[in-house]
Design a protein around this ligand. Sequence first.
Ligand SMILES: Cc1ncc(COP(=O)(O)O)c(C=O)c1O
Length: 419
Amino acid sequence: MITSRSTYRQGFDPVSIKADFPILNREINGRRLVYLDNAATTQKPITVIEATRRFYTRYNANVHRGLHTLAEEATAALEAARREVAAFIGGVKTEEVIFTRGATESINLVAYAWGQHNVKAGDRIVLTQMEHHANLVPWIALAKRTGAELAYIPIDDNGYLVLDRLSEIISSKTKIVAVTHMSNVLGTINPIETIIEAAHARRALALIDAAQSMPHMPVDVRSLGADFVAFSAHKMLGPTGIGVLYGKESILADMEPFNYGGEMIGEVTYDHADWASLPWKFEAGTPNIAGAAAFTPALDYLEKLGMDNVRRHEHELTEYAIERLSLLDSIRILGPLNADHRGGAISFVDKDVHPHDLSQILDQHGVAIRAGHHCAQPLHRRLGLVSSARASFYVYNTRGDVDQLVYALKEARGYFGHE
Ligand SMILES: Cc1ncc(COP(=O)(O)O)c(C=O)c1O
């Protein structure tokens, strides 16, 4: 259950938080592990690891269709996780919380189950130039299937969305606007309230890709008024293989299922089937029960820290990292330089050393960062790049981790013979 929030000064100590994450005790190449690949996936606290173990050692069973004790306990764990998610994202109804495999599947669910019946030739789907492939490729595929057109809200060279022509881009033909809340490359926190309002003014729906925002800041989907919100447990201390699609009940109720099979039906005959009520209509087959059981303690952990405090901590760390990285003349930081407008995923390029080489040398110093296009090829192309390096923070990262990053970056330059 949700516990009381701690205040930043009293309760938020990244050093003691680190102690809750066994993996962070590891040494890599003889150095203390500095894990800065949190935008890809986060590490898990002991409570999450223990919950997985407890599920398999105490009450592993399938859900919803057994009357024995284990089946009842497994079902209770799944539905408790759903209640916890509903509370965490702003007090929505449990009918509106659909468990998926992750943000990618959540967005695909909408692009298929809603898109197929509501988007036709000549309609418009609006995205931004900074989308992750997960919020880009399903819409490209839908446009191809239906003959709809795609339109993009552009970005400027500093990584901000350009909203001047918003009412033109979100035209009267627009059926859905799908936008990331926080860019996984630029870190930009987008003004989604404005975009949701503009979508609704045209009677279009708004889908928010919250894969990078839900883990890092308070997100109240009810007050935002978004029609769909997608995110993944593994980016917020939880296990892999489980995520969430929030959808407004009235919209979900009108949608056809995504997958068909067991668990999602009402009555089945040899030539007819009808559907279970929400949210199970969208959860065909055996769900990730162990994942749900371990998602609950992840949410508990974040609630206990307080999402305002999580945001404040990362804001402070991001500000510090930008300050330190900006002192390195060879480094170009992508995205906003003002931490008020961004999260703690900081992508950068070195003018002399390839991102892959940087990542490899940093690994020699125990520092885990990501190098590549971060599933955002069109965005990199827009920035005139093929790839970048990315350091991304979470609750257990410290200023010391940033110092180690900067030290290792200097070492990497030295290794390749640059000052
Ligand atoms: C902005 C954004 N959207 C969607 C995704 C996809 O998340 P998943 O791979 O967990 O489905 C990611 C993952 O990196 C992301 O950063």
